[in-house]
Write a protein that binds this ligand. Sequence first.
Ligand code: ADP
Length: 327
Amino acid sequence: MSKKVHKIGVLTSGGDSPGMNAAIRAVVRTGLYHNMEVFGIMRGYQGMIDDDIVPMHSRSVANIIQRGGTILKTARSKDFYTPEGRKKAYDNLKKHGIDGLVVIGGDGSFRGAQKFSNEFDIPCIGLPGTIDKDIAGSDFTIGFDTAVNTAIEAIDKIRDTADAHDRLFIIEVMGRDAGYIALHSGIATGAEHILIPETKTDIEAVVDSLEEKERRKKLVNMIVVAEGDETGGANEVLSIIKKRLPHLDTRVCILGHIQRGGSPSCLDRLIASRLGYAAVDCLLEGKHNIMIGIMNNKLHFTALDKAVKAKQRISEEWMKIVKILAS
Ligand code: ADP
């Protein structure tokens, strides 16, 4: 049933993540290698609707593998939720002769792609691009490794000043639904407590443990909290601790958007290059409407409608390791 694909469009959609540029570069250069025409679609699905579509050449993606953000820009498109918006997008693709799409984004972008390809005869390939690492069907997502390394760098600096003043720091990292950035950065920086949405947070136990540490004069402590933890963010954690331990010198630091930017790590560049290359291969082979991930170091294909946000289980062992190592 699959037709041969000759002209492909690539877009980045939803939240940006470092490494998206490396993925765009891989899609463009692999497409050109196979004598395809490749188009860059600006600002995600909104660019499809507005006909903001530009031909891409090998030089268009020169000098971007090391850059964060996305040269194609990204957006959230309200219009794409409507059948009229998607029809307009389809008409614009047809106008350019685009017969295959590579969508780099999160699960929302995949839902859009799935809907679009159900309505029109445009095969779509999704590549997981999100700093949260919370997509079913992939051990990695483009951007996670960089974000977590940015968090580590910042938390290490905070520990220096915390140590100088004997302070307790509560550091909030990104992760509305997933605690992977908090878990990995917390373990890697020796945080005393890590609060994540995947596990039940016993804030009273955290306070008890801080009291116990105070008794043995351990005053420098770091709590890393994911923004989506059920206790709330760093400010909510602070207000609970302040009530019970008002005398502690406590500070809050919310890392915020620095976690999204910056030059992608080696791992993110490799993943993005591998997935971008594979996306074009899949379109050529007639594999349609799938997300390509990596599991156990092998490419792994998931139907777009199954490539949803997934709360991955955090192993009990990790939480035990955190407790033992940060005593
Ligand atoms: P992410 O891809 O990072 O999860 P969003 O959830 O914001 O980000 O999705 C990105 C875009 O994908 C949305 O702005 C919208 O244009 C499109 N999209 C998401 N869900 C749907 C849907 N159910 N139908 C049509 N388009 C959708």
